[in-house]
Ligand binder design. Structure first.
Ligand code: IPD
Ligand code: CA
Ligand code: CA
Length: 265
């Protein structure tokens, strides 16, 4: 039987805002958080875990037949035909812990290896991005408008970095970007900066390695907006992550080339 996505999409819209409110409570009382290092430049606090646990519990209650995959608690086994919720409870943990506003909650839904919908909520900035297959790309309920730029000279390309790749691997594409008159932007949340591509604030986004929980929520919105993204879920994208390139159709092929992908039309 075909799965009805609409109740799930509607539930995700409410849930991402509930989770955002919970995380915002921690953000407003940062001094009392216990921060732990998960690795180099990779921090987390009880805000990350507790927000994920809330999302997981709500989903288990509402859709017990679905699987769950979150950054903090990991992946459940997924059987064929079963949907999986892919969740980053706080994307932009370093901005969050630094008292900066560039962080968000990201929730995506994947069925049979295909991204169905996603939503990204930035509580401090009061912005909710959503979209998917059969669901329009919206920002706070209004249709998004693409970036008007047609070349790299006409806007910003956002990026992200984690020590999962070397510095050289990260820097490689930037020579070409700058030589073509482009400009980079980073404020520490891949999910949010990808959502900004959908919302017309950036020409594109590129990062040599990102995890599925970081990006799937926003990729769904980018795709719903009719913009381009590399085939992130191909191979082991869901469980191991991979490179991400997204953008308006006119600059996307060049961003792909700069990032070492074979020419794509
Ligand atoms: C990170 C952020 C960052 C991106 C990294 C992610 P986190 O997620 O999205 O912008 O460059 O690849 O790991 O640790 O803030 O949840
Ligand atoms: Ca993340
Ligand atoms: Ca996170």
């Amino acid at each position: 039987m075909k799965m009805d996505l609409k109740p799930r999409f509607d539930f995700a819209l409410t849930l991402v805002q509930e989770a955002g409110a919970l995380a915002l409570g921690y953000f407003n009382d940062l001094e009392s958080l216990t921060v732990q290092s998960k690795g180099l430049q990779d921090m987390a606090s009880e805000a990350d875990l507790n927000t994920e646990l809330r999302i997981k519990a709500r989903l288990a209650e509402a859709f017990p037949e679905d699987a769950f995959f979150g950054e903090e608690t990991g992946a459940m086994a997924i059987v064929p035909g079963q949907g999986v919720w892919v969740v980053d409870p706080i994307d932009g943990t370093q901005p969050f812990l630094s008292g900066l506003s560039s962080w968000c909650v990201s929730i995506a839904f994947v069925l049979d290896g295909v991204l169905q919908f996603g939503t990204v909520f930035a509580p401090v900035r009061g912005e909710l991005f959503a979209g998917g297959r059969g669901f329009p790309a919206t920002l706070n309920g209004k249709p998004v408008k693409r970036h008007p730029g047609r070349s790299l000279r006409e806007g910003l390309v956002a990026t992200g970095y984690s020590p999962r790749v070397s510095g050289a691997q990260f820097l490689g594409p930037f020579t070409g970007l700058l030589e073509q008159g482009g400009m980079f932007f980073r404020d520490g949340s891949g999910a949010l900066n990808l959502a900004y591509v959908a919302a017309g604030r950036f020409l594109g986004y590129m990062e040599p390695h990102i995890n599925s929980w970081d990006c799937l929520g926003a990729i769904a919105v980018i795709e719903a907006a009719g913009l381009r993204v590399n085939d992130f879920l191909v191979g082991e994208g869901l469980h191991k992550g991979g490179p991400i390139v997204a953008g308006v159709p006119e600059v996307f092929p060049e961003l792909m080339r700069l990032n070492g992908f074979q020419a794509e039309r």
